[in-house]
Design a protein around this ligand. Structure first.
Ligand code: FAD
Length: 331
């Protein structure tokens, strides 16, 4: 095992690097580099990605491993799994980290299985013991508990990290770029990407947003969701929803927050007409400030929020939104 700490870049559909990659690089530098005594390195997997190495250097990557291969042009589980597994087998890093995004969740466990590594998912804290064992914290039991998990003698130690859990801090370096050729047999790729349709939206992406406005079944209709969109747009926030709201057809599935939806960790989460089920809390419990608007004073969300307004959303939200707009226009 080497002493290197790797952060595998998570790329958006437009080819840019997701913020969670920079957060992970910064946290690896702050918490792990000294303990492992090795450099923090970036890893780029894709078709034309080497030009992104400098961006990883901006957040402290001293080396960047680049695997360019036409089969990696669009994300696919098999190609990414093979590429990263082969890279790990060759260089034996101590720690491998990526974002807990749909991509990371998809292929990281498969890589761990191929290389015989230990893996944890969705860490909100990373650290290491004095004898160089990775130690992470993550939510469990629908966010009611935060266990600390220690890696034992399996290498590398792999984890995905929840977006917005760490601060991205610039620490400019000029990274050494190491181009690696990995053989990927096209026959090993079991699916073919025919078309990617990106959803057009001016709102920030839900999992990365600094602010989220979220609606529940209490909104009553798709039409009434406009109240949530209006507030979100004034705040520059993303919009989420509960499963009950999604199941009722008020909004699409990709807005669902929770155990079977997306995990979010914004600085501000405004829950509108949401009861506060454990399954919903599992996806937003790590939000820094939670504001709830609900007409039922006994709603469980009031046990979990920082600020609560008891009242009918149709009475509360319009003046609330107007007041937020006026305050923001003054600042
Ligand atoms: C295996 C499993 C996985 C699940 N995964 C998820 C998940 O990922 N995400 C998720 O969200 N849920 C999930 N659920 C569903 C979860 O259990 C709840 O049913 C759901 O979260 C409830 O959504 P809700 O709060 O919108 O609806 P409700 O529980 O119906 O609550 C609506 C709330 O709106 C309030 N309200 C109504 N009208 C108004 C008004 N005019 N003004 C103000 N307040 C009003 C009510 O007082 C109530 O508190 C899952 C369930 C299971 C079994």
């Amino acid at each position: 095992m080497s002493s290197e700490i790797w952060v595998v870049a998570d790329l958006k559909i437009d080819g840019s690097i997701r913020q969670v990659t920079f957060e992970a690089l910064s946290e690896a530098k702050a918490r792990l580099a000294a303990k492992f005594g090795g450099p923090v390195c970036g890893v780029l997997l894709g078709a034309n990605v080497s030009s992104l190495a400098g961006e990883l250097g901006k957040y402290g990557a001293e080396k960047v491993y680049v695997v360019e291969n036409e089969t990696l042009k669009d994300f696919n589980t098999e190609g990414y799994t093979i590429a990263l597994s082969e890279l790990i087998k060759k260089h034996q890093p101590a720690v491998v980290i990526t974002g807990n995004t749909v991509f990371g969740q998809d292929y990281f466990p498969g890589v761990a299985a191929r290389v015989g590594a230990g893996v944890t998912m969705d860490a909100i804290e990373v650290d290491a013991t004095d004898d160089k064992k990775l130690q992470i914290k993550r939510f469990s039991h629908s966010s009611k508990a935060i266990p600390t998990k220690l890696f034992l003698d399996h290498y590398p130690m792999m984890t995905t990290v929840r977006p917005n859990s760490f601060k991205a801090v610039e620490d400019p370096k000029t990274p050494e770029v190491i181009n690696e050729a990995v053989t990927i047999d096209p026959g090993d790729i079991k699916t073919k990407v025919i078309e990617i349709k990106a959803k057009e939206s001016d709102r920030p992406e839900l999992t990365e947003a600094d602010r989220v406005g979220s609606g529940g079944r209490g909104l009553g209709s798709e039409e009434n969701f406009k109240h949530v969109y209006e507030l979100a747009d004034i705040l520059g926030a993303a919009v989420g929803a509960t499963r009950a709201a999604v199941d009722a057809g008020y909004c699409p599935y990709d807005m669902q927050v929770g155990q079977t939806g997306k995990a979010v960790s914004p600085n501000l989460y405004i829950a509108i007409a949401i009861s506060g089920s454990v399954q919903h809390f599992a996806g937003m419990g790590s939000s820094k400030v939670i504001v709830a608007i609900n007409k039922d004073p006994e709603a469980p969300i009031f046990q979990k929020c920082d600020y609560g307004i008891v009242g009918d959303l149709f009475d509360v939200l319009p003046p609330f939104t107007a007041r937020v707009k006026s305050l923001l226009s003054q600042s």
